[in-house]
Write a protein that binds this ligand. Structure first.
Ligand code: ATP
Length: 367
């Protein structure tokens, strides 16, 4: 079947989408992926070898739980943990199990990891059109850096199951049951709540997550169709610290949005002046100390950038480095070792603006 039919679009509408699609290739197969939402087609939608894998939909956010939750939901909501890692959709196309990034690229490293860690063939034998959606978490991966006490290196946690062609989600309870049956690890479910009086329970859950330096929650209607996210102060501060460690490469809008979240949480939590002041101090520290650390590094002659460590099969790591090169990224390999029969590589994705600007200002460049 042609792509436009699979996407439920007229030929004309499909033309409007495909002219903006980007080309990439994986293992000799050329494919296309959609860089931003257009005509009902999600960003990250992939057209691969005659098959479609829909992008993972944008998850809206509330800044005020007590008002936002009842406004978004009119029936019970499942509250799941929001994990801090990177989004992946896994689908089987023409016999190959492939892992797609949020933007719709096949990640060779994640594909290798999923192949090794998860046996998804029984699931895809029974449900060939499934897109297994989840978060890759843990300290050793090519994209993010957040530690979880139960993850030494990298792990997958499923949080959604969709039809890869229509994007239709499975009912939350059915999804959890099915993943249980196939032995696929999942994100935590805190419970199912009435949206009109979930605020107090949500506050408790968020406080607990915050104390453990975890990211937040995603609330979902039981049919899985409506989602809403909310993050902890710890996550907001973590993001701010990361962004301000590379202040001239991260968009100012990224930072601004996170600052706003802190102010609204302080108001909703009805904080005492002392608690609000403590929050302000913690946010200020996250911002200023991460910048001064970066400035010190550059002053010492080091380069700042996004540093990651990956561990695994030597060929998968080579494929990952090639993949970055194809995307035009500059990668400096800082360590390349063997441990327990695996290759462990630490690399730094170079960010130009922060290094150049900091160097310039240190040398007296006038603003
Ligand atoms: P967007 O705003 O487009 O959804 P974003 O890049 O701003 O994306 P986040 O703020 O991190 O993303 O929130 C959405 C992401 O949260 C999802 O893409 C998914 O990868 C991740 N996530 C983690 N845990 C869950 C979960 N339990 N349910 C749904 N998404 C989750």
């Amino acid at each position: 079947m042609e792509y436009h039919r699979k996407l439920g679009l007229s030929e004309d509408a499909f033309e409007g989408v495909i002219e903006h699609a980007e080309r990439a290739s994986y293992d000799g197969t050329e494919y296309r992926h959609v860089p931003d939402y257009r005509r009902g087609v999600e960003r990250g939608t992939v057209l691969f070898d005659g098959e479609v894998v829909r992008g993972f939909p944008k998850v809206p956010r509330t800044l005020v739980l007590a008002e936002g939750v009842p406004r978004q939901f009119d029936s019970p909501v499942a509250v799941e943990e929001k994990l801090d890692g990177y989004n992946v959709r896994v689908a089987r196309i023409d016999g190959d199990v492939l892992a797609f990034s949020r933007g719709g690229l096949v990640c060779p490293y994640t594909t290798w990891f999923v192949e090794r860690e998860l046996d998804l063939d029984p699931l895809f034998d029974d449900y060939p059109d499934a897109a297994v959606c989840g978060e890759m978490v843990g300290p050793e991966n090519p994209y993010t850096a957040h530690d979880y006490p139960d993850v030494d290196s990298l792990a997958f946690r499923a949080f959604d199951w969709r039809d890869r062609e229509s994007g239709e989600p499975l009912d939350v309870r059915e999804r959890r049951e099915r993943y249980g049956e196939y032995g696929v690890p999942q994100t935590r479910l805190f419970g199912v709540y009435d949206p009109d009086d979930a605020a107090a329970d949500l506050r408790e859950i968020v406080d607990e997550l915050d104390a453990d330096d975890r990211e937040g929650v995603v609330m979902k209607s039981l049919d899985g169709a409506t989602q809403l996210k909310y993050t902890t102060s710890a996550a907001n501060r973590g993001d701010l610290a990361y962004a301000f460690s590379l202040p001239f490469d991260y968009g100012q809008a990224f930072m601004f949005r996170r600052l706003i979240r802190e102010a609204f949480q302080s108001i909703e939590w009805d904080e005492s002046p002392e608690a609000a002041r403590e929050r302000a101090r913690a946010v200020g520290e996250a911002i200023v100390l991460s910048m001064t650390e970066s400035i010190e590094r550059v002053a010492d002659g080091e380069a700042v950038g996004e540093r990651h460590t990956v561990r695994g099969d030597p060929d998968a790591i080579d494929a990952l480095l090639d993949h970055f090169e194809e995307q035009g990224l500059t990668i400096d390999v800082e360590a390349d070792d063997r441990a327990d029969g695996e290759r462990v590589v630490t690399f730094c994705k170079r960010v130009q603006s922060t290094n150049d600007k900091i160097r310039g200002y240190l040398d007296g460049q006038i603003v």
